[in-house]
Design a protein around this ligand. Structure first.
Ligand SMILES: C[S@@+](CC[C@H](N)C(=O)[O-])C[C@H]1O[C@@H](n2cnc3c(N)ncnc32)[C@H](O)[C@@H]1O
Length: 566
């Protein structure tokens, strides 16, 4: 506020500000009235300003970081096929993609062919070195601070959003505990809080050395869908081989098994679950012994003692609905069992009664604890890579396990021809997960991987050449690039088959015209799913629209945000 304005005018402005906040429902009428009274009674403008601040200043929550723009040069980046690393198992097989290079350029290029066409994106970005997580000291020489991490992710996620299928697309991101809250804010910013699906813990390792601080055994997976879309998660498979009995309800309830007795030696005995059951003219007691039952009821029970698993109400409902079976035990005494059906279960309703809950498919729902099973841990990931590289010897630190990523893909997309993208692909686990899922359900999912060729001490040619492409060659064809077949994985596994196109990201100056070649000559349109153009005019138009133009659009904030709003 201008300090030279008159006291009366100043008070009037302050009061207007307060009124505005009442209209905006930021402060209550009664609070505003009190503040206005105090302003009117104040002796000086500075006193009035201080009082007004009671109603006009408030702390906002928000997300801020030092955003750095991606470096752009005057070149067009485009895909060039690496013929030596690409392979073709069969012309009728699926063809997947591995792109070697920075994912910013890769994502821009993918927009040409895949805008709104990607079903699932899984990423596992590097966290950086600066004490930013347990795995920060791994293979990331490109030390990045948190601001850099967020700056790096920001435009990439904006591009990823444009690639995702608008209706059913899901993006999942692995992230450590230190960074997950920041990365989640970034996702909120880009996909909107309405797009948030879950943040689930994922087991990293089971045990660990006991240290003076708490042992950290999990990281996170955060998941977002395109805003406003209700994503229906698929269910996890269930081993149904032991469901081999059927009754008159089989059409609706599916087959059942009878493996659970109604009574058990409960760890925390409860009097209300210890009651007599009258059945077929007999009276049955938990544990089958009337004398012991009497003792318990007389107060002589242990903390852990016999009881039924179901309350009296649930038992009566289950009996009426055919969920109860009586069998004769080895001692000749009757024993009560409950049926477990494939497609339904008994559930409690809101009124305390019970009902039969049907599921449309045999399976169990995923929960946010579904990734805490051992086969989702780093150990598994390492063992899998060891088999492909005959003891990978830290060739790649902490690859994710196949089970983790296949679970994520399967739960978030029921399409068996889904297109799955991972633009921080590292050792290529996402590819193996897609291939494994296709093997399991005869699916036709395709993967697109992108990873830069990070050079490490142990990978002098870079991760993409030393690990990613080699892993894919071995598991898809059953042999190494040099024809060698001496690796453990192939002893117990069939190669997955399918074809792989490997691309490098090349650049050409916008103004290139050397050796009689223009940018239009060097970009091969067939690599973008197009037929070769008959005439150069059409090709020039296509290149301008999809390359220079795309890059300019993305870099210009205004157009960018307009685009985001559509
Ligand atoms: C945490 S690792 C991913 C591991 C992977 N999930 C696996 O199971 O093997 C991240 C990978 O992203 C790569 N990377 C980092 N920055 C990148 C960028 N800008 N473009 C492409 N890849 C990048 C790193 O080289 C590293 O291999």
């Amino acid at each position: 506020m201008d300090k030279n304005i008159s006291f009366e005018k100043g008070k009037e402005e302050l009061i207007n500000e307060i009124e505005k906040r009442v209209a905006d429902k930021i402060i209550e009428r009664s609070n505003a009235d009190l503040i206005i009274k105090l302003i009117n009674n104040s002796d000086s403008l500075s006193e009035a300003i201080n009082i007004a601040q009671l109603g006009t200043t408030y702390k906002r929550t928000g997300f801020h970081f030092d955003k750095r723009l991606e470096k752009m040069d005057n070149t067009i980046k485009y895909f060039k096929k690496n013929q030596e690393l690409s392979f073709n198992n069969s012309d009728s097989a699926l063809t997947h993609k591995l792109i070697i290079g920075d994912n910013y350029d890769a994502l821009l290029n993918l927009l040409v062919e895949y805008r709104n066409k990607i079903d699932v994106i899984y990423i596992d970005p590097p966290y950086g070195k600066d004490s930013m997580g347990e795995f920060a000291e791994t293979n990331y020489d490109n030390a990045i601070t948190r601001d850099n991490l967020l700056s790096m992710l920001y435009p990439r996620l904006e591009l990823a959003k444009q690639l995702l299928n608008k209706d059913t697309g899901v993006i999942l991101c692995s992230i450590d505990d230190k960074n997950q809250s920041y990365v989640k804010c970034l996702f909120d910013e880009i996909f909107g809080e309405a797009g948030f699906l879950f943040a689930a813990p994922r087991i990293t390792k089971k045990g660990g050395k006991s240290t003076s601080t708490i042992q950290k055994n999990h990281d996170y997976i955060i998941a977002y869908a395109m805003p406003r879309n209700e994503i229906i998660f698929s269910m996890d498979d269930m081993d149904s081989s032991d469901y081999n009995l059927e009754d008159e309800y089989v059409d609706k309830r599916g087959k059942y098994k009878v493996t659970q007795c109604l009574d058990y030696d409960s760890l925390s005995y409860s009097q209300s679950l210890d009651y007599p059951i009258e059945l077929n003219g007999q009276t049955l007691y938990p544990g089958g012994d009337y004398e012991k039952y009497k003792e318990r009821k007389a107060g002589k029970y242990k903390k852990s003692d016999w009881a039924w698993r179901w309350s009296k109400e649930k038992f009566n409902y289950g009996l009426k609905k055919g969920f109860i079976v009586v069998k004769t035990g080895r001692d000749g005494k009757p024993r009560i069992y409950t049926k477990t059906y494939l497609n339904c279960s008994l559930e409690k309703d809101n009124t305390g009664g019970f009902y039969i809950k049907y599921t449309d498919k045999a399976g169990k729902y995923y929960t946010t604890l579904s990734f805490m099973e051992n086969d989702c841990s780093n150990d598994y990931g390492k063992k899998e890579l060891d088999k492909i590289f005959n003891n990978s010897n830290d060739l790649f630190k902490n690859p994710k396990p196949v089970t983790l990523i296949s679970k994520l893909i399967k739960m978030s997309c029921s399409k068996v021809d889904a297109v799955v993208l991972d633009f921080f692909a590292g050792s290529g686990t996402t590819a193996q997960s897609v291939l494994e899922l296709n093997k399991e359900d005869n699916g036709n999912r395709k993967f697109i991987l992108c990873t830069n060729n990070e050079i490490t001490d142990i990978n002098p040619n870079g991760i993409a050449y030393d690990v990613t492409s080699k892993r894919l060659k071995r598991i898809m064809t059953g042999e190494c690039y040099d024809g060698n077949k001496d690796f453990d994985w192939i002893k117990n596994n069939e190669p997955y088959g399918d074809n792989l196109d490997v691309y490098e990201i090349e650049k050409v100056a916008n103004s290139e015209s050397t050796k009689d070649k223009t940018p239009f000559d060097v970009i091969d349109e067939t690599l973008y799913g197009k037929e070769k153009f008959d005439n150069i005019k059409d090709k020039i138009e296509w290149v301008c629209n999809n390359f220079e133009h795309t890059q300019k659009n993305i870099e210009s904030d205004e157009v960018w945000h307009e685009r985001m709003g559509d």
